[in-house]
Design a protein around this ligand. Structure first.
Ligand code: FMN
Length: 183
């Protein structure tokens, strides 16, 4: 039997990204967990952003942003960047984040994040409380010491399931395309 889900929960678990943006002299960083892979060829991702966020106008005015995947070490910073606004905080400075220049776009990447994705905005869907920003991936960078074979182990990923943050158990439960062997 089923009953109606009363909670605000939709999909879970959600990844945690630090999104950087820049327009003119203003730069900002904020936290997003409503995001997704939208297409693999060409590569697109989406982020859902409330238009009241300081970052929203920077992203829409410049037409670009970077998505930086956090790890466990950066969780406190992600929580801070998702609590305070760039309207009255220099979160890069307050969190001691190191900016490095983007390769394809004029928006700083976050050195401390193991994976950095540079994006160009292609569409904005004004859905309601949040606007869905559809963006083409123009560059992807990863820390030098991380290889394809040890990606998950090295990333130390965390996830958000309101109101908690969770670590991801490193136990492998199955392998893509091979977990159905006994069916
Ligand atoms: C874990 C976490 C996830 C969040 N996810 C989103 C999100 O997906 N979209 C959004 O608009 N705000 C999200 N927020 C809230 C913004 O990060 C927060 O309002 C932030 O202060 C906005 O910063 P800004 O005004 O400097 O752009 C999230 C906050 C946290 C802590």
């Amino acid at each position: 039997m089923k009953k109606k889900l009363q909670d605000k929960l939709l999909l879970y678990p959600c990844p945690i990204l630090l999104i950087t943006s820049k327009f003119g002299n203003e730069e900002n960083v904020f936290t997003v967990s409503w995001s997704g892979i939208a297409c693999s060829h060409p590569e697109y991702i989406t982020i859902s952003v409330k238009p009241t966020r300081f970052s929203y106008n920077l992203i829409c005015n410049s037409g670009c942003f970077t998505a930086n995947i956090i790890n466990e070490n950066l969780l406190e910073i992600a929580d801070y960047c998702g609590t305070f606004s760039g309207k009255n905080h220099d979160k890069f400075r307050e969190c001691n984040l190191t900016k490095i220049p983007g390769k394809m776009i004029d928006v700083p990447l976050i050195l401390e994040c193991p994976i950095n994705i540079e994006c160009e905005v292609e569409r904005v869907l004004e859905l309601g409380s949040h606007h869905l920003i559809v963006a083409r991936v123009v560059e992807k960078l990863v820390d030098e010491h991380i290889s394809g074979t040890n990606l998950h182990e090295s990333l130390n990923p965390v996830t958000y399931f309101r109101p908690n943050y969770y670590s991801l158990n490193k136990q492998i439960l199955g392998v893509y395309g091979k977990t159905h062997d006994t069916i």
